[in-house]
Design a protein around this ligand. Structure first.
Ligand code: SAM
Length: 266
């Protein structure tokens, strides 16, 4: 596996990929090496794949120390400044940013009427855990967040400590190692199409493994250029295929930028 070790080192030498889970780099790298044995081409293909599934959402590198200081300052200045600081930081993740215009209604609408939620799992979370104050969860709800970036997860742990949110963020490839801890609610926000790009079995494996009473599953309804024709219908069909054969009660919600399904697992 000398080539694979070399590939992982080469990919992680680039600052853009340095913080990505080494296990994920290795897994994607092994697949690319199997398809094209020349190391240089496999390195390039691995970087492309990692860009598609993660790098594309981080249009500029984030100064997490400054971000934490900004939140701390907002917290000192009062509730409104605190929320504004969180919104400003969430804007730094291209996918989390797309939800900001609908944030006031997104969680209030989709989670309305649920029994008290004491635990939540956010898979491939991006910076969405910063939206915690907009989520109608039990005040002491335990928050588990997973994504592939080491620096992002360290920052979210600092945020949880600062905000007094009981929780933990962890670097994890949820396609290879889906979380199995029992929770009241799992958030799979715009996550499934990304995981499906890694490997076709990833989504069914994740859905089979999760132990959640409720799931909030969403899809993008907008691309940067607006709403391409058929986007919502395509994702709706994809969701229906993944839902088939599962004992799910489903409620559908359509927002300007996001199509969401609240699922009750029977
Ligand atoms: C479309 S964004 C969604 C972010 C967030 N759920 C939201 O809606 O605000 C996809 C996220 O998946 C993460 N990701 C990609 N592959 C992953 C994997 N195998 N395991 C965990 N996270 C992954 C990316 O880093 C990125 O933050």
């Amino acid at each position: 596996m000398a080539d694979l070790d070399e590939l992982v080192t080469a990919v992680r030498a680039a600052s853009k990929y340095q913080q990505i889970s080494p296990d994920l780099v290795r897994r994607v790298g092994a697949e690319e090496l199997a398809k094209r044995p020349r190391l240089k081409e496999a390195v390039k293909a691995t970087k492309n794949k990692l860009h598609q599934i993660g790098g594309a959402y981080l249009t500029a590198s984030i100064d997490y120390k400054a971000a934490l200081a900004r939140i701390e300052e907002g917290q000192r200045r009062g509730a409104q400044a605190y929320r504004q600081a969180l919104l400003d930081i969430m804007r730094l993740h291209a996918s989390t940013r797309e939800r900001l215009d609908i944030l006031d209604t997104f969680y209030a609408t989709t989670l309305a009427g649920l029994p008290p939620i004491h635990s939540v799992l956010d898979a491939a979370c991006g910076l969405n855990p910063l939206a915690r104050p907009w989520m109608p969860l039990d005040e002491d709800a335990e928050y588990r967040a997973y994504d592939i970036y080491g620096d992002m997860m360290a920052f979210l742990n600092d945020y949880f400590a600062l905000a007094g949110v009981p929780g933990r963020a962890e670097v994890r490839d949820v396609a290879a190692a889906p979380p199995a801890e029992p929770v009241d609610l799992a958030l799979l926000l715009k996550t499934l199409p990304v995981l499906a790009q890694i490997d076709k079995t990833a989504v069914p494996r994740l859905l089979d493994t999760l132990q959640a009473r409720f799931l909030l599953i969403s899809f993008p309804a907008q691309s940067l250029g607006g709403r391409p024709k058929g986007m919502v219908a395509n994702y709706e069909a994809q969701f229906a295929a993944w839902a088939e054969g599962r004992n799910w009660q489903i409620k559908r919600f359509e927002f300007a930028s996001e199509l969401a399904f609240l699922v009750k697992n029977d």
